[in-house]
Design a binder for this molecule. Structure first.
Ligand code: PHE
Length: 327
C-alpha cells in the first residue's frame, strides 16, 4: 500500500495542469470510480486502526491533489478555446431575391392583354391523345400533314403523344362548352427539333373564338390589338397565306423590325385562321350556325424578340446569370 501511494504521489508531483492534455484520461486514472486513488480507498477498509491513521491523511491528500490538478487543467483548457474574431461593422450577407423567368413574364403579359378583351383561360394535358392532338383537328390518319410536326410519341402504339401544339385545347374546349367561346390556352408543347430558333420544348398560347358571324376581319383586329399591346408601335406586321389542316383559310403572321440597312427583319410569331367547318363538326358545333377563328402564338419567339435573346436554348439552360436579367 505504501508503495502504491508513493508511486501515485510521484506521478502527481511531476504533473502540472498544462501537461494534462487528455483530461478524460486523467480523470479515469486518478478521479473516477475505477481510478488508482479509489482503489486505495477500497483497500483502506482492510487495514488495522493504526495503519488507517497513518495512511488515511495521505490518501486524502492524493485525492485532493488530483482534483486540484484536474480543475486547474480544465480551466486552462477552457480559456484556451479560441473566440472567433468578429467584425460587427461587416455588412450582413444579403438574401437574393428570385425573379420570374422571361417566359413567365411574357405569358403573364399575354394573359393580361387577352383578359382585357374578354378571353378566359382554358387548359389541356401535355400528354395528349392522338385524337385531340391530330384527328379531331382534321389531320387524317397517316396524312403527311402530321410530318409537319415532329412528334414525340409516349407509347409504342402511337396513341399518346407529347402535345405538338396547344390546338388540342380548342377541341377540348368546344366539346366541353357551348358557344359563344372566347378562350386562350397558354402552355408547353413539344417537338423533336433543336437549333438556335427551335427547342424540343417550347411554349404556345392558343386562342379560340367561336360565335355567330365571326369573320377573318375579327381575327385580324384581335391580332393587331395584341401586337400593338405587346410590342408597342414601331413594329411592322405582315400576314402570309399558309396551311393548317384545322383552319381555312390559314395564315402566318410575322413581326418585322427595321434593321440598320433600312430593310426589315421578319420573324414568324404565330399561325392562325378560320376554324375549319370539319373541326367544328368533329366537336359537335353546327358550322352552318357558328364560325370561329383560332391562333397559336409562339411565346418563346415573343420573349426572344422582346428581350433581344439571340438563341432559344438560353431560355432552357437555367443559367442564373442569364435569368437574373429579367424582372
Ligand atoms: N397549332 C399551330 C402550330 O402549332 C398554330 C395554329 C394555331 C394555327 C391555331 C392556326 C390556328 O403551328
Amino acid at each position: 500500500m505504501q508503495d502504491k501511494i508513493k508511486s501515485i504521489e510521484d506521478a502527481l508531483q511531476k504533473l502540472s495542469p498544462d501537461a494534462i492534455t487528455d483530461l478524460e484520461a486523467f480523470k479515469r486514472q486518478y478521479i473516477g470510480k475505477q481510478s488508482l486513488i479509489q482503489d486505495l480507498f477500497k483497500s483502506f477498509k482492510d487495514l488495522d486502526a493504526d495503519a488507517k491513521r497513518l495512511v488515511g491523511p495521505k490518501v486524502n491528500a492524493l485525492k485532493q491533489r488530483a482534483q486540484e490538478l484536474y480543475d486547474a487543467a480544465l480551466e486552462a483548457g477552457q480559456s484556451a478555446v479560441e473566440v472567433p474574431w468578429k467584425d460587427a461593422s461587416l455588412p450582413g450577407r444579403a438574401m437574393d431575391f428570385g425573379s420570374l423567368h422571361p417566359l413567365s413574364l411574357v405569358e403573364r403579359e399575354l394573359m393580361e392583354i387577352f383578359d382585357f378583351v374578354g378571353f378566359t383561360l382554358a387548359k389541356g394535358p401535355e400528354i395528349e391523345d392522338d385524337w385531340h392532338n391530330f384527328t379531331a383537328l382534321n389531320f387524317p390518319a397517316n396524312h403527311p400533314a402530321r410530318d409537319m410536326q415532329d412528334t414525340f410519341f409516349v407509347d409504342s402504339k402511337e396513341e399518346r403523344v407529347l402535345r405538338t401544339h396547344t390546338s388540342g385545347v380548342q377541341v377540348r374546349t368546344m366539346l366541353n362548352s357551348k358557344p359563344p367561346i372566347r378562350v386562350i390556352a397558354p402552355g408547353r408543347v413539344y417537338r423533336c427539333d433543336s437549333d438556335a430558333t427551335h427547342s424540343p420544348v417550347f411554349h404556345q398560347l392558343e386562342g379560340l373564338v367561336v360565335d355567330k358571324r365571326v369573320s377573318f376581319k375579327d381575327l385580324k383586329e384581335t391580332l393587331f390589338y395584341f401586337t400593338e399591346a405587346f410590342f408597342g408601335k414601331g413594329f411592322e406586321v405582315r400576314f402570309r397565306p399558309s396551311y393548317f389542316p384545322f383552319t381555312e383559310p390559314s395564315a402566318e403572321m410575322d413581326i418585322g423590325k427595321r434593321n440598320a440597312q433600312g430593310g426589315i427583319d421578319w420573324m414568324e410569331i404565330l399561325g392562325c385562321g378560320m376554324v375549319d367547318p370539319a373541326v367544328l363538326e368533329n366537336c359537335g358545333i353546327d358550322p352552318k350556325e357558328y364560325q370561329g377563328y383560332a391562333f397559336g402564338i409562339g411565346i418563346d419567339r415573343l420573349a426572344m424578340l422582346k428581350f433581344g435573346i439571340p438563341d432559344i436554348r438560353l431560355l432552357y439552360e437555367n443559367d442564373i446569370r442569364f435569368l437574373g436579367q429579367f424582372s
